[in-house]
Design a protein around this ligand. Structure first.
Ligand SMILES: C[S@@+](CC[C@H](N)C(=O)[O-])C[C@H]1O[C@@H](n2cnc3c(N)ncnc32)[C@H](O)[C@@H]1O
Length: 300
């Protein structure tokens, strides 16, 4: 067993749970899980043979209480993050083994939907069946939250091995404010979601907001023409901030309320995320704004 991190008691339930999960995660996060190997996968995850019955839920979903972490992570500090030097160096096949072409050993498609600051992953889980042919990536800066999402995806893939569901979603630990163009090439994405981003209320902290003029140029770079930036928040001031920055940017144009009403992603993002559910429980307001990525202007 490893040394307990920080001041965690190595005999505590939380420590033991985390160590076990970490071992399972290392084994399973890059495995292609389907009906042919689901029994083996369950065994690797420490599930007793009697529980492994075809068509039944086999793995328990991870428990959030064991993944607690400070609510905020400083987006300006170096978190010893791993990132590729350029998008071509990124090994996406490891994240989506169900989409690897067995003849070539290569991934049959690219990531086209990104959930920035995905938190506990609720949005991706609801987008997955709505876009079964698109690869969806959550990017999350907090380690334990990323671990939770990975464990959640392993459990869902195992429990739905027969139907081959949840193969098209995965999560990466990363700082979306720093390294996005290292992961995605120009015009790769169809959709980017910013759901309930950290509000950074104080004026001196506004520079830490995930929508700024500089970052919008990076988002425009990775989005294809006609691609969409989705934003939702319960903080009116942050909503106004995001709208005004997006409206001032030459490569984005706001989509109408009528468009929003007819778009299935707006409905999903309004209801699927963990923060959105919290806001709904408190009967708080949700402010939505969606923007289309405009064509690059002609250079004369
Ligand atoms: C308030 S939570 C919202 C989570 C999720 N989108 C939801 O609606 O439930 C904001 C999330 O963004 C993550 N985050 C903040 N800055 C980030 C960054 N620069 N890159 C990636 N994730 C970030 C935080 O760790 C946190 O999990």
């Amino acid at each position: 067993m490893k040394a307990a991190p920080g001041n965690m008691d190595p005999s505590s339930k939380r420590y033991i749970y985390r160590v076990n999960k970490e071992e399972n995660r290392k084994e399973l996060k890059h495995v292609r899980i389907d009906e042919s190997n689901v029994q083996e996968v369950a065994k690797d995850a420490g599930v007793s043979a009697s529980k492994v019955k075809k068509g039944k839920k086999i793995l328990d979903l991870p428990k959030k209480k064991y993944y607690r972490q400070r609510a905020h992570s400083n987006p300006f500090s170096d978190h010893q993050l791993e990132y590729p030097e350029c998008p071509a160096d990124m090994d996406w096949a490891r994240l989506y083994p169900g989409f690897v072409d067995s003849a070539t050993g290569k991934l049959s498609r690219e990531v086209t939907i990104a959930d920035i600051g995905c938190g506990f992953g609720g949005l991706m889980i609801d987008l997955s069946p709505a876009f079964p042919q698109e690869l969806i990536l959550g990017m999350e800066i907090r380690v334990q939250v990323t671990n939770y999402v990975e464990d959640r995806i392993i459990a869902l893939r195992t429990n739905h091995a027969r139907e081959q569901q949840y193969q098209n979603i995965n999560v990466l630990r990363g700082n979306a404010m720093k390294f996005l163009p290292n992961f995605f090439h120009k015009a790769q994405l169809n959709k980017m979601f910013f759901c309930f981003p950290d509000p950074h209320f104080k004026q001196r902290k506004h520079k830490a907001r995930i929508v700024t003029s500089t970052l919008l140029s990076e988002y425009a770079y990775v989005l294809k023409e006609g691609g969409v930036v989705y934003t939702i928040t319960d903080v009116e001031d942050l909503h106004n901030w995001m709208v005004s920055h997006l409206e001032q940017h030459p490569l984005f144009k706001r989509l109408s309320k009528e468009w929003e009403q007819n778009d299935k992603c707006v409905e999903i993002m309004t209801n699927a995320t963990e923060e959105g559910k919290k806001v709904a429980r408190k009967q708080g307001a949700k402010y939505i704004a969606c923007f289309e990525r405009l064509p690059d202007p002609e250079i004369i």
